[in-house]
Design a protein around this ligand. Structure first.
Ligand SMILES: *Cc1c(COP(=O)(O)O)cnc(C)c1O
Length: 373
């Protein structure tokens, strides 16, 4: 290990996950992995390369700046921006030769202006809000009218109508079914006029649990990174974690009863034990709520974080183990038979796996590992 803490990004696992997901969809369905938020914290450039080399048809992102990041990696891959754009961001998205999402009829003109100025035709995906209650247009008649205006514009190309599910990761399917039926009904209307238009809805959870949601294109995010959209073990769906997070043992100390570790003396040794310091902390995105709660792996064994997580260090009670300075410490990932999944850390923190990898801070270098072909 070269630096004090590093995230290892297994691009071979990412390619494996893309192929597993590809195997779940029909041959005519496009695979469009979502590489927003720096690839869910994994580092966007190497993840984009891996996803493209695994045969993705297009890449989806949330922002215009992210579209530029993808364009820097690949000159040709189709890109779709899913999120809201300011007029300035529309210009950036057009420069990146990305398709954009819109839901407000008043926004059509802004896209047309940018497209005309750039001298190119911009692909547009019209978003229908079937129940997420966030972005998208609630009125199917307005969505249909928008598809007509877009199709009539010489500067725009009508690519798709789409929606996003609010509850695809939940066992009760009622609301997801309602959203899917709304989209299916809209698709029927729009396709009668524009038979070539694409329809899309599925995130990772929908892709895995509901083939009827696949339509013409799927947008898996969390699953391509080998995390489980349902918060359980990714191995249940043959997904392999891409992200692992490591540091090392920087000091080893023998503690007598009554000695404390860390700020506020929140942990005190009850009996003789060994405490190691690992130079990683909340400045690296290891959340402070893991104080006296989380676990790490050292020498293939689980050991509890003892005391308060500080900005640059944690202390770990290793009991009767005898680690030496320089031993690897795994905060996420596996050592031998033991592993700490993002799903497990998320449960400890009452959050979701998505937030775990997104939360590891830019101070932690992302190092690419795994077969590269
Ligand atoms: C983030 C996102 C996705 C991917 O969701 P996952 O749950 O990570 O698969 C798909 N579609 C939209 C609109 C998104 O914002």
């Amino acid at each position: 290990m070269y630096e004090r803490a590093e995230a290892r990004i297994d691009v071979g696992a990412l390619r494996h996950n893309c192929r597993v997901l590809r195997g779940l969809i029909g041959p005519g369905v496009e695979l469009s992995p979502v590489l927003k938020a720096d690839g869910y914290g994994h580092g966007v450039a190497h993840c984009a390369e891996a996803a493209i080399s695994a045969g993705s048809d297009r890449i989806a992102v949330a922002t215009a700046r992210e579209a530029l990041q993808i364009r820097a990696v690949d000159a040709d891959v189709p890109i779709l921006v899913l999120g809201a754009l300011t007029p300035g961001e529309v210009e950036v998205a057009v420069t990146a030769r990305a398709d954009v999402s819109i839901w407000d009829p008043d926004f059509i003109q802004a896209i047309e202006n940018q497209a005309e100025a750039a001298g190119r035709v911009v692909g547009v995906h019209v978003k229908y809000d079937t129940g997420m209650g966030r972005l998208g247009n609630l009125d199917p008649d307005v969505v249909v009218a928008m598809t007509r205006s877009i199709a009539a514009s010489p500067h725009l190309s009508l690519e798709a109508v789409w929606t996003h599910f609010a509850t695809a990761d939940e066992p009760n399917r009622d609301f997801m079914d309602l959203q899917r039926r709304r989209l299916t009904e809209l698709a029927r209307r729009v396709r009668s006029e524009f038979p070539g238009i694409k329809v899309h809805a599925a995130n990772s959870a929908a892709l895995i649990c509901d083939p009827a949601s696949h339509f013409d294109l799927v947008r898996p995010g969390v699953a391509i990174y080998g995390m489980d959209p349902f918060g359980r073990d990714p191995a249940d769906h043959n997904l392999r974690p891409v992200f692992s997070f490591h540091s090392y043992v920087a000091t080893v100390k023998r503690f007598e009863p009554g000695m404390s570790a860390g700020y506020g003396r929140t942990w005190t040794a009850g009996e003789p034990t060994t405490v190691v310091t690992v130079p990683v902390g909340y400045g690296d995105g290891l959340r402070r709520s893991l104080s006296n709660r989380g676990e790490v792996l050292i020498g293939g064994r689980r050991h509890p974080i003892a005391g308060t997580v500080s900005m640059d260090n944690i202390t770990v009670d290793v009991g009767d183990a005898r680690p030496v300075i320089g031993d690897e410490v795994t905060l996420l990932g596996s050592q031998g038979e033991e592993s700490i999944l993002a799903e497990r850390m998320a449960a400890d923190l009452k959050t979701i796996n998505y937030e775990i990898t997104c939360g590891i801070s830019p101070r932690v270098p992302r190092v690419m590992v795994g077969e590269t072909a």
